[in-house]
Design a protein around this ligand. Sequence first.
Ligand SMILES: Cc1cc2nc3c(=O)[nH]c(=O)nc-3n(C[C@H](O)[C@H](O)[C@H](O)COP(=O)(O)OP(=O)(O)OC[C@H]3O[C@@H](n4cnc5c(N)ncnc54)[C@H](O)[C@@H]3O)c2cc1C
Ligand SMILES: Cc1cc2nc3c(=O)[nH]c(=O)nc-3n(C[C@H](O)[C@H](O)[C@H](O)COP(=O)(O)O)c2cc1C
Length: 791
Amino acid sequence: MERTVTAPTQGARGTARPATAPPHPPTTTSHPQRIAIIGGGPGGLYAAALLKRLRPDRKITLWERNAPDDTFGFGVVLSDETLGGIEHADPAVYEALQQHFTRWDDIDIVHRNTRHTSGGHGFAALGRQQLLEILHARCRELGVELRFRTEAPYPAWLAETYDLVIAADGVHSTTREAYAQEFRPRLTTHRCRYLWLAADFAFDAFRFEIAETEHGVMQLHGYPYSADASTVIVEMREEVWRAAGFNESEPDTTSSSVDRCAKIFADALGGRPLRANKSTWTTFRTVVNDRWSHGNVVLLGDAAHTAHFSIGSGTKLAVEDALALAACLEERPTLAEALAAYEEERRPVVESTQRAARASLEWFENLPLYLDQPPRQFAFNLLTRSRRVTHDNLRLRDPHFTAAVEGEFGCPPATPPMFTPFRLRGLTLRNRVVVSPMDMYSATDGVPGDFHLVHLGARALGGAGLVMTEMVCVSAEGRITPGCAGLYTDQQAEAWQRIATFIHSQAPGTALGIQLGHSGRKGSTKLMWEGMDEPLAGDGNWPLVAASPIPYRPDSQTPHELTRTQLTTIREQFTAAARRAADASFDLLELHCAHGYLLSGFLSPLTNHRTDAYGGPLAARLRFPLEVFDAVREVWPDDRPMTVRISATDWADGGTTAEDAVGIARAFVAHGADAIDVSTGQVVGDERPEYGRSYQTPFADRIRHETGAPVIAVGAISSWDDVNSLILAGRTDLCALARPHLYDPNWTLHAAAEQEYEGPGVVWPVPYRAGSRRPRAGRTDAPKPRLTLNS
Ligand SMILES: Cc1cc2nc3c(=O)[nH]c(=O)nc-3n(C[C@H](O)[C@H](O)[C@H](O)COP(=O)(O)OP(=O)(O)OC[C@H]3O[C@@H](n4cnc5c(N)ncnc54)[C@H](O)[C@@H]3O)c2cc1C
Ligand SMILES: Cc1cc2nc3c(=O)[nH]c(=O)nc-3n(C[C@H](O)[C@H](O)[C@H](O)COP(=O)(O)O)c2cc1C
C-alpha cells in the first residue's frame, strides 16, 4: 500500500536533498505497476496518460507543485512528426489538440526596414495552458492521480516505494541534482538574456525582428498560438541587456522591462502592449546528462536535456520522450532493458536536436556579425542557421524566395551557388569546391609517383574548382612519415611538374594548389594505416624539432627546441620549396599552419613555451609563422594566391580559442594571405572536439565576418546541399571536402548531374561526356493497374 501521507517532501525549488538511499534495482518485469511521476509539465502528463492507457490497472501518481491553472510561458510549437506520433499513440489527445491548433506557413524576417518572407514551412502551435488542460483531462479520464499544489516526495523515498519513478521535473530538476553522481549532468550557461512574453493578437507568420538600439542589438522571436495571442520572446546579449539597464529582479506585469520591450518592438507589435506571466529575464542553460536513468529512476524532458527555444523543441522533445519511454516499457522484458532502450532510442535524436539548437543559439549570440549582410542573404542565413533547413529544402518550400536570394548573391540563372566562380588574386576558380589536402603516405623518398598522378589527376578530372596536394614537406626531416611527399630535391620537382602538366592539359578548368609544411614534433611516425602518430620503430627514426621540447604523445620523441639559426634554415627550406612549386606551375600555395605541425606548434600556447621573441603572447607566437609566410610570399609569383590553413581551436583548455583564431587570421591577412583555410584541432593529444555535420564551419564563418577575408570551410561537409547552403548564407567562400573525394573522385561532376546543372561552373571531360547523366535504374515491366472493375 502506498504511504503517501508520510511521504517526505522536497524542499523549496532548487534545494535538492541528496539521495540518501540508492534507488531500487530495476524489477524483472518492464511493466511497472506503481509509477511515480515528478512534474506535471507536458512530458510528465503525457507519459502518465500513455502509461495508464496502455495498462489501465496501473497505479500512477503525478505530483505537480503548481495549481492546474498556473502556467508559465505561452504558446508551444509541435511539428508534424510529433503530432503523427501522438495521433498514433492516443487519438483522443490528438483530436483534442487538433481543435486548438493555430497553423501557419510563413517565416518573416524583418531587418533594417526590409521584410523578407519565406513560405511553405508548416507550423502548428497552441497555448501551453491549453495543452496542459487537454493532458489534465486525459489523465483524469484514464484514472491517473494528479496531485496539484503538492511538492513531490524525495526521489529516494519514491524509488523505494514505487516500481518506477519518472523525473519530469523540468530544467531545474531536483531529482537530477539528487542523483548528480549517477546522471553526471553538465549545465552550460549561454550569453544571451531573454524574456518570455505574449501579445494579444496573432502574428500572421513566425516573426524574427532585429532592433539595432543605442545599447546594441536585440531580437524578437514571435509566433501565434491562438486566434488572438502570440508568444513573444525578446533576447539580447548579456552586455546589451546590462547597457540597456534592464533589471532581473523586476519581473512581472508591472515591470518596466515589458513596456520597454513593447516600445522597442512597436513596429512588430503594431503599437500593442506586451503581457508577462511570471516572466523573468533568463539566461538559457543547455542541460546534458551522461546517463538518463539510475536504478528505477528515469529522467524525461527538460530534466534530461534542453534545446534553445529558437528551434522550438523543448515541448516536442518532452512529448517524444514520453512516447518512447512508454513504448520501450511495453516492448522490453525487463525494466533495465526498457530504460536502456529508451535512452538508446532518444539520445541520438536529442543530441542532434541539441547540436542544431546550439548552432541556432550561437547564431543569435553572434547576430551583430551578420547585420551588414545584404538583406536577402541575411534572411537566408537566419533560416539556415541551425543547418536543419538547407538551400535545397528551402528551394522546395519556397522557390521564389530562394531564387531572390540567389539573384542578390549573383548566381546566373539556373546556377546553384556552388557553381559560381570565385576569384583569388589572379586566379579565378570556376566553382567553390576544393579537394582538401590529403596525405597519401605513398611517396618514395619524398618523390610523388604514379599513384599521385592518378590520384590527383582523377580528382582534377572530377570537376572541383581547386585540387590541393597533400602536405608537401620542405625537408626530409620535415616529413610526417617515410611515405610523405616532399619538394626539396630536383627529382621531386620534376615529379610534381609531371602531375601539374597532366592536370593543366587534361583538366584545364581545375586549379592545382600545393600545401607546404613541416611536421615539427609530429614527424618520424608510421604510415597512417600502420599506426597514426605512432613513432617509427627503432632505426628509421629521425630527430624532431619544434617550437618547444614537448612530445606529442607520451610515447613520442621529445623534439629539440629550434635555435634561431635553425629557424632561419627552415624558413629558407620553405622559400626553396616555394620557388620549385612556382616553377612546377602550381596555381596556388597554401602554408600549413594547422594540426600541430611545426608552424601550428608555434601558434598554440599549449605547444609553444618559448621565452624568446618567438614565444609568449599571440603576437610573439605568430612571429615565426609570419616570417615564413613573408619569405614565401616574396618568392611566390605576385599574381598567384597564397592561403593559410589554421587550427581555429585546439579543443583543449588553455589552447587556441575561436577568438585567438580571428587574431591569427587577421595577422596573416595583413601580411597578404588571400584566404584562410579554417580547420581545427590535432594540436594536442588530449583534445575534445565537438564533431558533427560541418562542425568547423562556425569558426570559418566567424573569421570571414570579423576579418572580411575570404575563407575555406572544411570538415564533415558532405552534400552539395550543404555546400550551396554554406556559400549562399555567406558562412564561407569555398568548401573543402576531403573524405567525400576519397569516396567519389567525381564528386563535383556528380553534384552537377544531380542538380541538372550544365553551365561553365563545371565541365565534364570530353571523353566522359557519354556518362554525364546518372545511369538509369532498372525498371519493372509488370503491367500497371489501370482498370477498376465494379463487381
Ligand atoms: C518560463 C518558461 C516559459 C516557457 N514557455 C514556453 C512556451 O511558451 N512555449 C514552449 O514551447 N516552451 C516553453 N518553455 C519551455 C518548455 O517549458 C519546456 O521545454 C517543456 O515544457 C519541457 O517539458 P517538461 O515536461 O520536461 O518540463 P516542464 O514543462 O518544465 O515541467 C516540469 C514541471 O515539474 C514541476 N516540478 C518540478 N519539480 C517539482 C517537484 N519537486 N514537485 C512537484 N512538481 C515539480 C514544475 O512545476 C513543472 O510544472 C518555457 C520554459 C520556461 C522556463
Ligand atoms: C587521409 C587523409 C589525409 C589528410 N592529410 C592532410 C594533409 O596532408 N594536410 C591537411 O591540411 N589536412 C589533411 N587532412 C585533413 C583534411 O584535409 C580535412 O581537413 C579533414 O579530413 C576534414 O574534412 P572531411 O570531413 O571532408 O574529410 C587529411 C585527411 C585525410 C582523411
